[in-house]
Write a protein of this length. Structure first.
Length: 382
């Protein structure tokens, strides 16, 4: 029998990571209590707003190699995670399509060279494929009248973020996880109250105070604002996530089931959660129309904003403290814009740490893990 079966866990925060960890621990026989200050809908979570693209090669143009490795690790793991759920979740692995207009060809050349170099340096990445007008028509015929070339990134994928959050919620009920909705809880207080072997902080930006800087080596937490538009576009039939290269308005279009499209790109250094600005709305909608004219008659279902929890260096981190005679404390944060792309990798590392006190997977992937000893932090993994 797994040692998880003899342990009791409190998880604070029921966004993506909180729900995934609660389900994973309960599947292993652990007793789990989940605390969430919001409702079951995950309205307070960045995961509800995300496009949920699983695109390590595409993201390699703007992120570090260790995040790319986490994304590569997570792609097959997503299949396993979803297969283990009782409720179906839309999952697709048809690659990513990159497009650009003729005037942006030089920018596209630089982007292509960057991805080609990254795929040579990381043998786990499949090299991008250049598309001419005919091969573009074969892969994505609905855009072939507006574009004569493109780039295809095989093996990349996406899932439906809201279906996944709902499916995880159902799994929590089936596994009899004790969920405390609309309940604010402080991890340190739960730890002090006793009754738990581990308290795990998955609050995202809600954990900001726990990550505040007391010295120059600390890695403070901040929010990075993102804005997305959800469209119903029955005249559009994109088969896979599509990105548009543009020096000012780069966008992504993630097609979900039933002609629903999630469109986004904005990344603003702000923790402002007010409504989508007119400028952002105009940029997103005008750009998406240049990709496919069918978006002109699309219906705007939602314009939404959320802030991604981000550490100073834009990289994820796990911190934990475990001393004899008291409950362990684990903090998981900083998944930034890559939450869906890397969350299975981060979860696997967390489970290893809880089980063994160290994580070979974290070392292999380059996920930063720090063990806190009193006021000192001991780095276990870079």
């Amino acid at each position: 029998m797994s040692q998880f079966a003899n342990s009791k866990y409190a998880i604070v925060g029921a966004g993506l990571m909180g729900r995934m960890l609660a389900v994973a621990l309960a599947q292993r026989g652990a007793q789990v209590n989940l605390f969430e200050k919001g409702s079951t809908s995950a309205d307070l979570s960045a995961a509800r707003i995300a496009a949920a693209m699983l695109a390590p090669l595409a993201e390699s143009a703007i992120t570090e190699d260790n995040v790319v490795r986490m994304g590569v690790h997570s792609l097959p793991r997503w299949k396993q995670v979803i297969e283990d759920l009782s409720t179906p979740v839309f999952f697709q692995q048809k690659g990513t399509l990159i497009l650009w207009h003729r005037q942006d060809a030089s920018e596209a050349d630089r982007f292509t060279s960057h991805l080609e170099r990254n795929s040579r340096n990381n043998q786990q990445l499949v090299a991008p494929q250049k598309l001419d007008s005919q091969s573009l028509r074969d892969i994505e015929p609905s855009v072939a009248d507006r574009f004569t070339q493109g780039l295809y990134l095989p093996d990349e994928g996406q899932l439906d973020n809201r279906q996944l959050l709902d499916a995880l919620l159902i799994e929590l009920e089936l596994l009899k996880v004790k969920c405390h909705w609309n309940t604010s809880a402080e991890p340190e207080q739960l730890r002090a109250d006793g009754g738990y072997d581990w308290v795990i902080d998955c609050r995202g930006l809600g954990a900001k105070a726990a990550w505040q800087a007391d010295d120059a080596s600390h890695n403070p937490l901040r929010g990075v604002r993102g804005e997305v538009v959800r469209l119903y576009a029955p005249e559009v039939n994109l088969q896979r996530p599509t990105r548009l290269i543009h020096p000012r308005y780069p966008i992504y279009i993630a097609p979900k089931e039933n002609h629903i499209y999630v469109v986004g790109a904005t990344e603003i250094e702000s923790e402002d959660l007010s409504e989508v600005s007119v400028r952002s709305a105009m940029e997103l909608l005008s750009s998406v129309y240049t990709v496919h004219s069918g978006f002109a008659e699309a219906r705007i279902l939602e314009m939404a904003t959320q802030c991604r929890p981000t550490l100073k260096d834009n990289l994820p981190e796990i911190k934990f403290s475990k001393e004899k005679g008291q409950a362990g404390l684990m903090l998981i944060n900083g998944l930034y814009r890559h939450g869906f792309m890397i969350s299975p990798a981060v979860m696997d590392c967390a489970l290893e740490l809880l089980d063994e006190g160290n994580s070979k997977t974290a070392t292999d992937l380059g996920l930063r893990v720090n063990k806190v000893l009193g006021t000192q932090e001991l780095s276990l993994c870079a």
